[in-house]
Design a protein around this ligand. Structure first.
Ligand SMILES: NC(=O)c1ccc[n+]([C@@H]2O[C@H](COP(=O)([O-])OP(=O)(O)OC[C@H]3O[C@@H](n4cnc5c(N)ncnc54)[C@H](O)[C@@H]3O)[C@@H](O)[C@H]2O)c1
Length: 429
């Protein structure tokens, strides 16, 4: 199989780059991975995977002979004609995407009629056009460009690679677009082949729509709390409508992560830069920020002032099954609690190392029940499966307080009540 599959390069070995590399190596491609982080590359060469993503370590190990890791671009350019770009595009202070890593990659490309950049990084609409202009100005217009946005979800990223809802390929109708289509063909996914700008917009619009759905159900939850309805019943009743669907109708403590916050803000900013005020996204962002803080009001409702109180946070990663702490709601929550004079204790099964550097002053525990010791209240922030099994009678023995705030509506509220706790969910009276 490997003789028939063409070698590819992946530039940037983070969540997207490593999953793309592992996925194509599984399909039989030789994959030449490049990263500027020498420590990361040394670790990968020694078989150490720098991130937590279910199944990734096993997949990389099983396909080790087809994977090459280097800080040098040379071998990648020599062996591959398709160079997948998966470098970070974090937000700047203005809300625009920071494209400096993308530009560094573009600048490092030689003049070539044989190569193509395949953009997996999420970039503003118009980025492909500006990269093509930059190539042309430097007499590198033989270099081809393809937009191939990535839709993987951290936590199920490999499964998403193997079985994508769709593959989007935006290109100029040349050999490079055809080659990317061929690469993905074995996955049998629906293909959207389109122009570059439209492909770029598919990614931003998809994330903005999902974030809108989350903020929408969070607002419905808040109204449910005022009116006596139960948002879980409401979401079930809404979701059965095929036009609406059940996905992303789960209220909680707001969305976080490395994608939604920055992509929503980048689309809003992109619209603003072109003279259009994207009112809906402005509200989506504001609702999300307020939602992260509503937990504080729930705590105050039961505890009064938070000065001198101890609050335990269960789960810190922005969602379960990842160690990613980027824009996690737990960061805002811990900082707000500390600012209000509370002591914060915390536990996360995977993200603790990352969290320690981001959450100064927080006391970390090695197990969920240990985090509850001495706590006046506990807040479920990230719904790791192990928290569903928590022994609430044992929790009651460790906690002087009797309050559980279930920030994801994931806990067994009967068991919690039976152990003598007051229960506060999101959008449930
Ligand atoms: N993480 C996700 O769930 C996800 C999903 C879809 C799309 N995306 C998009 O994919 C892109 C990458 O995201 P990520 O989460 O994998 O980022 P990441 O921060 O995990 O990884 C980026 C990697 O790029 C490397 N890098 C930076 N500059 C480089 C350069 N000039 N040459 C080579 N390597 C370089 C970094 O060292 C790092 O290892 C972003 O644009 C993101 O928005 C991410």
């Amino acid at each position: 199989m490997s003789q028939e599959r063409e070698p590819i390069a992946v530039i940037g070995t983070g969540y997207v780059g490593l999953v793309t590399a592992a996925g194509f190596a599984e399909l039989g491609n030789e994959v030449w991975c490049v990263d500027i982080d020498a420590e990361k590359i040394a670790g990968l060469n020694a078989g150490r995977v720098p991130i937590y993503e279910p199944g990734l370590e096993a997949s990389l190990a099983a396909n080790r002979e087809r994977l090459h890791f280097s800080t040098e671009l040379g071998p990648a350019l020599e062996h591959a004609r398709l160079l997948f770009v998966a470098v970070g595009t974090p937000p700047t202070y203005s809300g625009d995407a920071d494209l400096s890593a993308v530009h560094a990659v573009v600048d490092a490309m030689p003049a070539s009629d044989r190569h193509a950049l395949v953009m997996k990084s999420t970039v503003p609409v118009g980025t492909g056009a500006s990269i093509k202009r930059a190539f042309a100005q430097r007499d590198k217009d033989g270099f081809r460009y393809v937009s191939c946005p990535e839709f993987l979800k951290e936590g199920t990223a490999l499964a998403d690679f193997r079985n994508p809802d769709r593959v989007v390929v935006g290109d100029d109708g040349d050999w490079a677009g055809d080659a990317v289509v061929d690469l993905y063909a074995p996955l049998g996914a629906p293909l959207v082949r389109t122009d570059i700008a439209s492909a770029e917009m598919v990614k931003l619009a998809s994330n903005a729509f999902l974030a809108t759905k989350i903020s929408f159900i969070n607002e419905i939850a808040n109204v449910c709390e005022e009116t006596g309805a139960d948002v879980l019943e409401v979401a079930r009743g809404m979701g059965l409508d095929a036009r609406i669907g059940t996905a992303f109708l789960r209220p909680g403590v707001g969305y976080g992560g490395s994608c939604f916050p920055k992509d929503v803000s980048a689309l809003k900013q992109l619209a603003g830069n072109s003279g259009y005020h994207f009112q809906l996204l402005t509200a989506v962002i504001e609702v999300n920020e307020l939602q992260k803080r509503r937990v504080i009001q729930k705590l105050q409702k039961h505890l009064g002032s938070l000065v001198g109180k101890t609050v335990a946070l269960l789960g810190l990663a922005f969602k379960p099954d990842t160690d990613d702490m980027r824009e996690a709601s737990s960061l805002v929550l811990a900082a707000r609690l500390q600012a209000d004079g509370a002591t914060v204790r915390a536990y996360d099964p995977i993200a603790e190392d990352e969290a320690r550097t981001l959450m100064p002053g927080v006391e970390f525990a090695d197990a969920a029940l240990d985090a509850l010791a001495g706590a006046d209240a506990v807040v479920l922030v990230t719904e790791w499966p192990e928290f569903r099994e928590l022994d609430w009678a044992a929790a009651a023995e460790r906690m002087p307080g009797r309050l559980v705030v279930d920030g994801r509506n994931a806990l067994d509220r009967e068991a919690i009540a039976a152990a003598g706790f007051a229960y506060e969910g999101i959008g449930r009276s």
